[in-house]
Design a protein around this ligand. Structure first.
Ligand SMILES: [Zn+2]
Ligand SMILES: [Zn+2]
Length: 384
């Protein structure tokens, strides 16, 4: 969003990078940053009491990309800024085994003391997966890390009417001061949804670990790359499939939240209507980026996914994206685009900050990290 930034920077040069309320102690707030890491996902979380969580840590571009990476925007640099002098990460959640969610984990595990990991246990024979696995195993053997591996739970139902051991574990809470992390769902079995999908990419996404963070009656749902495509020809078109369907039908009160980190970068095959209605978020964040130049693009976030949130009642000014102004062409959501030309949004300039306050009555505050993008300056005549 380079051109937009240059223009708005002039208007907002004096604005502060905060929610602008001096009566609130920042240390009493949950602060989440959805990094602008390009086509990937990395959420940094600071909870009162100096507890730190990292949910996924993938990309700023793939290794073989030719986009040219600015070291200042790499995940390790942004994480170092975020952590300051802290060397311990209390909780690391690895949503699923895709490069755009975990290619930076080996260096994070090498540089920080991670106390607890929640992961699917799906390990792949590529460096970012095997190196992550080896590092976690070594830390577990050394007794410095608690490894919660979904592969250790059986997902076989002895009785079709009874939940499996794994499903019985869903709802498990992890407490960090006044903050609670709840495991909503996630799977190790890659064939779990093979009745719906044949592509391995979709199946990996379906295994995504979903968690909810609660603090003083406010909550954020981290949805990984969960999918829930709506069958256009299905007479029951509002229904959803795979992981979203599972949550819609089984997770009840676990998925309602104030802020949703939307599944699968806002793809068209995620964020089905029923799921959105069950989650009923007030704010939505799409983590997306421009995926390569020479290759076919993903077109995240998809405009129809954005429209489903809008039509479900989410205020247009409460829908954020980490690639504001990007244009990969249709069907990418065109909101924020300033021309019909292909716009390449670079990583590092559109991170999204979320604040949860100690005051239970107070709504979360969501803004772009740099605060030089004012959502109210979006076009008045915007329509889907
Ligand atoms: Zn992804
Ligand atoms: Zn994925």
């Amino acid at each position: 969003m380079r051109k937009v930034t240059l223009f708005l920077l002039l208007l907002f040069a004096l604005s502060v990078n905060s929610f602008g309320d001096n009566s609130v102690n920042y240390d009493d707030c949950v602060h989440v940053r959805v990094l602008d890491c390009g086509q990937g996902l990395c959420c940094l979380v600071k909870m009162p009491g100096d507890y730190y969580m990292v949910y996924d840590a993938g990309t700023c571009g793939f290794e073989e990309d030719d986009q040219g990476h600015d070291g200042n925007h790499e995940i390790r640099t942004q994480l170092a800024d975020w952590m300051g002098d802290e060397t311990e990460i209390d909780l690391l959640v690895i949503s699923h085994a895709h490069q755009d969610h975990m290619n930076r984990l080996p260096e994070i595990l090498g540089n920080y003391s991670v106390k607890r990991v929640i992961r699917t246990g799906v390990v792949r024979s590529v460096w970012w997966s095997s190196n992550t696995n080896e590092a976690i195993n070594a830390m577990e053997t050394a007794g410095t890390l608690e490894d919660i591996n979904l592969a250790d739970f059986s997902d076989i139902r002895d009785n079709p009417d009874e939940p499996s051991d794994l499903e019985n574990y869903f709802g498990q809470e992890f407490t960090y001061g006044d903050s609670t992390i709840t495991l909503v769902c996630g799977w190790n079995d890659m064939s779990k949804f093979s009745d719906v999908y044949t592509s391995s990419g979709d199946l990996y996404n379906s295994t995504s670990i979903v968690i909810r963070l609660d603090y003083h009656d406010r909550s954020i749902l981290f949805a990984g790359d969960t999918n829930g495509y709506e069958e256009p020809d299905d007479p029951d078109a509002l229904d959803c499939i795979t992981s979203e369907k599972y949550m819609y039908k089984n997770s009840g009160g676990l998925i309602g939240c104030d802020v949703l980190i939307a599944g699968h970068h806002g793809s068209g095959g995620s964020s089905s209507r029923n799921f959105i209605d069950a989650v009923s978020p007030k704010y939505v964040v799409f983590s997306a980026g421009h995926y390569g130049i020479a290759r076919s693009n993903y077109h995240h976030p998809n405009w129809q996914a954005a429209r489903r949130f809008y039509e479900s009642g989410v205020d247009i000014n409460n829908i954020f994206r980490t690639d504001f102004g990007d244009n990969e062409g249709s069907p990418e959501w065109f909101y924020g685009r300033i021309s019909d030309e292909i716009e390449v949004d670079p990583p590092g300039d559109d991170g999204v900050d979320i604040w949860l306050f100690p005051d239970r009555e107070r709504d979360p505050y969501v803004c772009w990290e740099r605060n030089d993008i004012d959502p109210h300056l979006r076009p008045d005549d915007f329509e889907f």
